[in-house]
Design a protein around this ligand. Structure first.
Ligand code: TYM
Length: 333
């Protein structure tokens, strides 16, 4: 039986952080042995915020290096840059004809961007979910490992796939589904308790895969806590739950359970929890940071990975575009 097709991407807009790792990369690494995987750096997506041309290559290479340092094997998956696959913008154009202004304007991430950058509300921002659908549908993927923040975009990709199928009387595109490891998509919060951890906001409350041990310790020791619960088995506020999520994924089961018990019987000392978490997090990130730094210095190696990935990605993309053109009626010779 052929393996199921998986697609996911990461924008090249800054340093990767724990949200990217636990929301996406960890799943990529888990999936690479059992699925036919296409993972890419979404460099076209990053153009919505007009990055300086001299930074683009460095940013793209860093995302590749950090993925490989986290355990992604470019021999097993197609690891490529979005801009190396011209069939993606071609499918994006086709899907744009099936996407409506009204539905795009209602997307929460678009509304956020309008609020945050009112003087740069460009058409690329509005049609961001269409490009994302093209990224996924170009390989006719069925599973998409992403964090919780991308679920709405996935729903739109399913809508566009169905609309294309209905209009052109076919079952050409399957419906891509969010991949849920342990039946839950993760959301890692910022350590100050304000929203999700993100590449460009709350730099001091975001832990990056490139942070050194001392920076990690400092950020964790400053994480938001409170005076602790006064009633046994109290519900945790989100910012405390986030520290427990991070402890669970980086520390031992014993440590996690012991702090959880302390929370539930109101004897928790958040200073102790943070000290433990800081050490475990530093030990967790260290090998990724060191390997990524080595890889990034090897430009030839990264170029080779991207070239090889683009070849694999184009093979599948060309087949999809040929099929889509035929269904639409672009079939002149
Ligand atoms: P991006 O670059 O913002 O994030 C990359 C991946 O990391 C996940 N993520 C998080 N997960 C949990 N907690 C967080 N705080 C957190 N922050 C980020 C994201 O969910 C994502 O999986 N639009 C996408 C890139 C993209 C894409 C695609 C993804 C473009 N085309 C096609 C999948 C399929 C984005 O901006 O991700």
């Amino acid at each position: 039986m052929s393996k199921e097709i998986v697609v996911s991407g990461i924008r090249s807009t800054g340093y990767l952080h724990l949200g990217n790792y636990f929301g996406a990369i960890q799943n990529y690494v888990e999936m690479q042995n059992s699925y036919n995987c296409y993972f890419f750096v979404a460099d076209y997506h990053s153009l919505t915020t007009h990055p300086d041309p001299k930074d683009l290559k460095k940013n793209v290479f860093r995302v590749v290096a950090e993925n490989v340092a986290s355990g992604l094997d470019p021999e097993k998956v197609a690891l490529y840059a979005q801009s190396d696959v011209p069939e993606i913008p071609e499918l994006y154009l086709m899907l744009n004809m099936l996407a409506y202004k009204g539905e795009l304007e209602k997307v929460p991430t678009f509304k956020d961007k309008v609020r945050m950058q009112p003087d740069n509300v460009n058409a690329g921002l509005l049609t961001y979910p269409v490009l994302m659908a093209a990224d996924i549908l170009i390989h006719r993927a069925v599973k998409v490992p992403v964090g919780k923040d991308q679920e709405q975009h996935l729903e739109m990709a399913r809508n566009f796939a169905n609309r294309f199928n209905t209009r052109y009387g076919s079952e050409f595109f399957p419906e891509p589904q969010v991949y849920r490891a342990n039946h839950e998509t993760v959301k890692i919060m910022s350590l100050d308790g304000n929203g999700k951890m993100s590449k460009s906001e709350n730099v001091n409350s975001t832990i990056y895969l490139s942070d050194d041990d001392d920076t990690i310790r400092k950020k964790i020791m400053k994480a938001k806590t409170d005076s602790g619960p006064t009633e046994p088995n109290s519900e945790m506020p989100d910012y405390i739950k986030n520290l427990f999520v991070l402890l669970q994924v980086t520390s031992t089961k014993e440590n996690y359970e012991s702090f959880l018990n302390a929370y539930n019987n109101c004897t928790i000392r958040f200073g102790d929890l943070k000290r433990q978490l800081a050490e475990d997090m530093a030990a967790f990130i260290r090998p990724i940071r060191e390997k990524a730094a080595d890889l990034q210095n090897d430009e030839q190696m990264i170029s080779k990975i991207l070239k090889q990935g683009a070849e694999k990605a184009r093979e599948s993309s060309l087949a999809t575009i040929a099929g889509a053109r035929k269904l639409i009626g672009i079939n002149y010779y």
